[in-house]
Design a protein around this ligand. Structure first.
Ligand SMILES: Cc1cc2nc3c(=O)[nH]c(=O)nc-3n(C[C@H](O)[C@H](O)[C@H](O)COP(=O)(O)OP(=O)(O)OC[C@H]3O[C@@H](n4cnc5c(N)ncnc54)[C@H](O)[C@@H]3O)c2cc1C
Ligand code: FES
Length: 263
């Protein structure tokens, strides 16, 4: 579907100091992990995961730059454009699923966990955040699953990275799903792969068209907007750029290596 629908914002929920959820009516079926292109009139069009699937749909947005700041400035009754859903979501296989989440990655993972639990799968969640204040959807994950928390500053749960607590949670796990900073996901992939557990990770690349035409999201020949954003172990294994580079809007390679993992 490439048509854009203009929708009215029905409800706005502040989730953390930097994250808000925007609810709207949108008649669509989607697979958790799929995304929509969101047009903020007069500002920009940005990709966002769908974070809720009930009577109202929603996107959960971290304020980071011009487009997301403009979204955060909107009120109930304001309008945005939505096209999608696009891409491939999570394929929830097996009996026991471990979800490893970093920061805003909870927006993509929460509907997947909801669906898995609804299907009768057992889910364990490892949630990572910089600090307690930025821990996203803790109560919602807790309602659905066993939850473990790690924060960079030790203000909640384990003091350190969520990947540090992951290894202890892998017993009898059939599938690991993950969304968060790419360096975190690369580590999640390596740990799970060492235990021969399949991984599905949601990649972020710069997206302009969202439908496979412009090439801006291509990583090692694979269009993240079409073949992803959720990629499986076999695909992740082939990606030389996974955990190494992303690309700027002009296509320039930008190293992801930083001194520490940050949400
Ligand atoms: C499939 C997918 C799902 C996403 N889901 C969510 C979500 O649920 N919640 C959320 O808060 N964020 C999500 N993002 C990230 C979100 O799209 C960017 O944070 C947003 O586009 C930033 O726009 P900006 O104008 O505020 O920031 P800018 O100042 O323009 O850029 C800040 C950062 O955002 C990245 N960015 C900017 N424009 C785009 C773009 N068109 N495509 C990809 N990255 C971009 C830039 O590379 C830069 O690293 C998702 C990204 C992808 C690819
Ligand atoms: S965003 Fe244009 S090809 Fe993926």
């Amino acid at each position: 579907m490439t048509r854009m629908d203009i929708v009215e914002i029905k409800k706005i929920v502040p989730e953390t100091p930097s994250i808000k959820t925007f609810y709207f009516n949108y008649d669509l079926d989607y697979v958790p992990g799929q995304f929509v292109m969101v047009w903020v009139p007069g500002v920009d069009e940005v990709p966002m995961s769908l974070s809720f699937d009930k009577d109202l749909k929603a996107i959960t947005v971290r304020k980071i730059g011009e487009g997301t700041e403009a979204l955060h400035g909107l009120d109930v009754g304001d309008r945005i454009g939505i096209r999608g859903p696009y891409g491939k979501g999570y394929e929830l296989e097996g009996e026991r699923v471990l979800a490893v989440v970093g920061g805003i990655g909870g927006a993509s993972i929460l509907p997947a966990v909801t669906k898995a639990v609804f299907k009768g799968q057992e889910v364990i969640c490892a949630l990572g955040a910089r600090t307690l204040n930025e821990l996203l959807f803790y109560d919602r994950f807790k309602e659905l699953s066993e939850v473990h928390v790690a924060t960079d500053d030790g203000s909640a749960g384990y003091h350190g990275f969520v990947t540090d607590i992951m290894e202890d949670l892998l017993k009898d796990i059939d599938l690991v799903i993950t969304c968060g900073p790419e360096l975190m996901m690369k580590r999640v992939f390596k740990i799970a792969d060492n235990h021969d557990i399949p991984v599905q990770a949601s990649l972020e690349r710069y997206m302009k068209c969202g439908i496979g035409l412009c090439g801006s999201c291509v990583v090692d020949g694979l269009r993240v907007c079409v073949e992803g954003p959720v990629l499986k172990t076999e695909e992740l294994r082939k990606l030389k750029e996974f955990g190494e580079y992303h690309r700027s809007p002009s296509g320039r390679k930008v190293s992801l290596k930083r001194p520490k993992l940050s949400y």
